[in-house]
Structure formats: structure tokens, C-alpha cells
Write a protein that binds this ligand. Structure first.
Ligand code: CU
Length: 154
């Protein structure tokens, strides 16, 4: 931590302004499942890679009152969701998948229906670096992965 602070101060001296903390997280293929009319909740999935160890602490979107980090766990054979307390750990350089059946961003208090093909903004917050806003693509209600049109083939 101390060396990071020193580096920031040094940089500030060099360019004469306080720089923003470095952005190292990339967010790939953010998508959500379509919802039924008047549904109160929705889930967002994506693949996150952080350049340095960090934590995904939460998110926000204009389409929902609240968004939190959740995980789906097996509890005596029953699938349950629970909040990830303290945020989701992101190891440096490792891809972390938020996907159906595992980690996801849970939107509660949905303000409108999410329809297939549309998109909406979502801002992800991290413990150690600036928030990132992405465009979330809405897939069909039963989709298991991101819509094909938005796949980034290597
Ligand atoms: Cu959930």
C-alpha cells in the first residue's frame, strides 16, 4: 500500500495533478436474462479480469433500485442465492465468470421489464479502483450464455 501511495504522489508531482487510480479491470460480455412483465428481480452475468488483486463490491443501474453481488449455492440439493459479503475476490490476471448457477449481480426493485435484444447501463464498483460502466445486453429468458452476436471470438 505504502509504495502505491508513494507512486501516486510521485506521479502527481510529475504531471502536476492528482491522477485517477489505474483501471485494470476488464468486463467481457455483460448480459442479463430477459424478465417477465412486472418481475421484481433480474440477474446480470459477465466475465471479469482484474490486472491487480481487487474485489467486486457492488453495482448499480438505472433499471433497478438496488444491485448486489450474489452467489448461487447448493444447500441440501436446493439451489439458493446469498449475498457475497465483503465483495467477490478478483485474483490478479484471473478470469472470474459470473454465470447462471454461480456468481451474479442481482438486481432488485426492477423498474421495468428487460426485453431480449435491448441493453441497459450498469456500473460495477471495486474496492481498489474506479467504477466501470458497461452496456448489458438482454438475452432471452432461458439463455445460458451471452447472446451470440456479442461473443468476442479469440
Ligand atoms: Cu441472486
Amino acid at each position: 500500500m505504502r509504495s502505491r501511495v508513494a507512486a501516486v504522489l510521485l506521479l502527481a508531482g510529475v504531471i502536476g495533478a492528482v491522477p485517477a487510480l489505474a483501471q485494470t479491470v476488464t468486463v467481457e460480455q455483460p448480459w442479463a436474462r430477459a424478465t417477465a412483465p412486472h418481475a421484481a428481480t433480474g440477474a446480470v452475468y459477465a466475465t471479469l479480469t482484474a490486472g491487480v488483486a481487487d474485489r467486486l463490491t457492488g453495482a448499480s443501474s438505472p433499471v433497478a433500485a438496488q444491485t448486489g453481488v450474489h452467489e448461487t449455492v447448493q444447500d441440501n440439493g436446493v439451489m439458493r442465492m446469498r449475498p457475497v459479503t465483503g465483495g467477490l475476490a478478483l485474483a490478479a490476471g484471473k478470469k472470474i465468470a459470473l454465470a447462471p448457477g454461480g456468481y451474479h449481480l442481482m438486481m432488485t426493485g426492477l423498474k421495468r421489464q428487460l426485453r431480449p435484444g435491448e441493453s441497459f447501463p450498469l456500473t460495477l464498483s471495486f474496492a481498489n479502483e474506479p467504477a466501470v460502466t458497461v452496456d448489458v445486453t438482454v438475452a432471452t429468458a432461458g439463455a445460458a450464455a451471452a447472446p451470440m452476436g456479442h461473443m468476442h471470438m479469440p
